[in-house]
Design a protein around this ligand. Structure first.
Ligand SMILES: CC(C)(COP(=O)(O)OP(=O)(O)OC[C@H]1O[C@@H](n2cnc3c(N)ncnc32)[C@H](O)[C@@H]1OP(=O)(O)O)[C@@H](O)C(=O)NCCC(=O)NCCS
Length: 139
C-alpha cells in the first residue's frame, strides 16, 4: 500500500538510489549525501517520501521561507510513474505548505522537460514569464 510520510533516516539508501536513477546528471550538491543532511537541518517535516512496503518509490522536498513555498526533488521511480504517486505527493506537500500559511508555491523545471511541465499544469501550476537566476555560495 502506498504511504507518504516524512523522511526517516533508514530511507537514506532508498532515496539515494531513486535520485541516482531519476536525476542521473545532477551536480554533486544535489546528491543525497549532501542534500539530505542539509534538508534535515531545516524544516525536515517538508521532506516527504512515498513508499510501498519498505521500498522508496518517490520523494518531494518543500521549503517555506515565510513568503513563498518552493518545491524540489519531485521524483517517482520510473517503474511506478503514471499511477498517481506524484499527484498524491504533490498534494501532501501543498497541504503542509498551506498549513504553514504559504499562499504561493514556486518551482523550477529544467527547460525541455515537457513531461514534468504537463504534470504541474495538470495540478494548476502556470508558466510564469521569469528568468531564473542563481548564485552558489558554496561548492
Ligand atoms: C513528474 C513526475 C514526478 C510525475 O510523477 P507520476 O507519479 O508519474 O505522476 P502522476 O501519475 O500523478 O501523473 C498525474 C498527471 O500528470 C501528467 N503527467 C505525468 N507524467 C507525464 C508525462 N510523462 N507526460 C505527460 N503528462 C504527464 C498527466 O496528466 C498525469 O495524469 P494521467 O496519467 O491520468 O494522464 C515523474 O514523471 C518524475 O519523477 N519525473 C522525473 C523527475 C523529474 O524530472 N522531476 C521534476 C523535477 S522539477
Amino acid at each position: 500500500m502506498l504511504q507518504i510520510a516524512q523522511y526517516r533516516s533508514e530511507q537514506f539508501d532508498g532515496v539515494r538510489e531513486l535520485w541516482e536513477e531519476v536525476f542521473p546528471n545532477d551536480p554533486p550538491w544535489n546528491r543525497a549525501e549532501r542534500a539530505l543532511p542539509e534538508k534535515l537541518a531545516v524544516q525536515p517535516e517538508l521532506l516527504l517520501v512515498a513508499t510501498i512496503g519498505d521500498t522508496v518509490i518517490g520523494t518531494v522536498m518543500a521549503g517555506y521561507d515565510g513568503h513563498r513555498g518552493w518545491l524540489y526533488s519531485v521524483a517517482v521511480k520510473p517503474s511506478q510513474q503514471r499511477q498517481g504517486v506524484g499527484s498524491q505527493m504533490l498534494g501532501e506537500a501543498e497541504r503542509r505548505l498551506a498549513d504553514l500559511g504559504c499562499g504561493k508555491i514556486n518551482l523550477q523545471v529544467r527547460a525541455g522537460n515537457e513531461a514534468v511541465t504537463a504534470f504541474y499544469r495538470r495540478h494548476g501550476y502556470e508558466m510564469e514569464e521569469r528568468v531564473s537566476m542563481g548564485k552558489r555560495l558554496t561548492n
